[in-house]
Each structure stands twice: as structure tokens, then as C-alpha cells.
Design a protein around this ligand. Structure first.
Ligand code: IPE
Ligand code: IPE
Ligand code: MG
Length: 224
């Protein structure tokens, strides 16, 4: 059985869910937050150490302002109301991405990271204003600038995921089969599951069934 240390999730389908059931994309984002809480709990139950959640891509800035503002207000409230609880549960929060939001949100994100930085039970990496191409180019530029030789080991040290093991498992909900600029380097050997359900409908049972399937896959890493 495969050990499972790191799960990454592209939480897709909120907008479609919202339009289908509540005639508003934003209602879908709100509903999606409940799934986030469920999946965090289940990740802990499964004793998984890292959970990376794709919450906002560098390309998502192309969405209408109203939707972007709503997404960040949801995140702001989530942190304000839940960070103490996450901290008590010994969860560490790390932001993957450039903190270029409102002053208030930037501060709140840094505060939340600092507050939970010593926690050890589960590390949640929130990919926020994250883009893999940007991350890769940045890593190359840093190595070049510091005249450090370009090899795999040095390169990894300049990624946003420095010190984080690569995901064992990637799940994308929402019935779409693409990576959308997510962890292009880190997913080189991850097992990938595309799930038909929209993110707000995804539940503990779906998650556990994927984990069970993952555990039985023969992972070769090039060997036989
Ligand atoms: C994913 O859901 C959440 C974010 C990108 C913030 P979407 O908002 O992309 O939902 P669909 O794909 O439009 O249904
Ligand atoms: C990917 O979903 C980003 C997040 C889930 C945050 P998108 O809905 O933005 O991806 P595309 O645009 O359909 O590829
Ligand atoms: Mg989408």
C-alpha cells in the first residue's frame, strides 16, 4: 500500500454549482467553503501531513471584480473566524503565491501564517494568486542572479514549495481534465484523479474512495 503524505486539490466547479442551485456563482463559492472544512477534517483523520488547496490562480484575476472581491471577503472571514480553531488543532497554514491583495488581507494572511508556523499535525498550503509558470521563472531568475548552478536540488530550493514534499495525489473536481497552471514541476510523479462532481458536492466518502484507490496503485517512478 502506498504511503500518502501530500494531497493537492484543484477545487473546481463552485461557479457552476452556484448557478445551478442558487442562480449565483458566488453562492457556489460559499458552499465550496463547507467542503474545504470537511476535507481538512478528513485529511487529519487519514493522518496526511500536507494538504495543498488551489484557491485562486494568477489567471483568476481575469474574472469580474465582483466575484474576485467576494472570494477574498470569504477568505477574510474564514481566517478571522477559524484561525484560532485551526491553531488549536495544531494545523500550520502556509500561503503559496504572491501576497498582492488588500492591505487588510495581506496582513491577515501573514498573521495567520505566523500564528500557526510551529504547528505540526497538518500543513495546509493555500495556493493563492498562485501560478506555476511564474513560480518556475522566478526560481530560474533567482539561481541565475545568485550565480548558483542549475540542478534539480538547487532549483527546488527556490520554488514556493521549498521544504514541502511533492504531492503524492492530485484531485481535480468539476469534471475538467487540465492542470490550469498548478504545480507543473511538483506534479511530475503524482497520481492524478479527475472527479466529475463539482467541488461543493464533493464529500468525505468521495475523498476516501480516491485515497483507497490511490493506495493500491503501483507507483513505478520509472522502475519496473
Ligand atoms: C473554482 O471554481 C474556484 C475558483 C477558481 C476560485 P470555479 O469558480 O472555477 O467554478 P466553475 O469552474 O466556474 O464552475
Ligand atoms: C483552477 O480553476 C483554479 C482554481 C481552482 C483556483 P479555474 O476554473 O480557474 O481553471 P480554468 O480556467 O477552467 O482552467
Ligand atoms: Mg473553474
Amino acid at each position: 500500500m502506498n504511503p500518502i503524505n501530500h494531497v493537492a486539490i484543484i477545487m473546481d466547479g463552485n461557479g457552476r454549482w452556484g448557478l445551478k442551485y442558487k442562480k449565483s456563482r458566488n453562492a457556489g463559492h460559499k458552499a465550496g467553503l463547507n467542503t474545504v472544512e470537511k476535507i481538512i477534517k478528513e485529511t487529519i483523520k487519514n493522518k496526511i501531513k500536507y494538504l495543498t488547496l488551489y484557491a485562486f490562480s494568477t489567471e483568476n484575476w481575469k474574472r469580474p471584480k465582483k466575484e474576485i472581491n467576494y472570494l477574498f471577503s470569504l477568505l477574510e472571514n474564514f481566517l478571522i473566524y477559524k484561525i484560532d480553531d485551526l491553531n488549536k488543532q495544531n494545523i500550520k497554514l502556509k500561503i503559496l503565491g504572491v501576497k498582492k491583495f488588500t492591505k487588510k488581507l495581506n496582513k491577515l494572511l501573514s498573521f495567520s501564517e505566523k500564528k500557526t508556523s510551529k504547528n505540526t499535525r497538518l500543513q495546509i498550503n493555500l495556493a493563492l494568486n498562485y501560478g506555476s509558470k511564474f513560480e518556475l521563472i522566478n526560481a530560474f531568475k533567482s539561481l541565475q542572479k545568485k550565480k548558483i548552478s542549475i540542478n534539480e536540488k538547487n532549483f527546488c530550493r527556490y520554488l514556493l514549495t521549498k521544504n514541502i514534499p511533492d504531492p503524492d495525489l492530485l484531485i481535480r473536481t468539476g469534471n475538467t481534465k487540465r492542470l490550469s497552471n498548478f504545480l507543473l514541476w511538483q506534479l511530475a510523479y503524482s497520481e492524478i484523479f479527475f472527479e466529475k462532481k463539482l467541488w461543493p458536492d464533493f464529500n468525505e466518502k468521495d475523498y476516501n474512495s480516491i485515497i483507497k484507490k490511490f493506495k493500491n496503485i503501483k507507483r513505478n517512478f520509472g522502475k519496473i
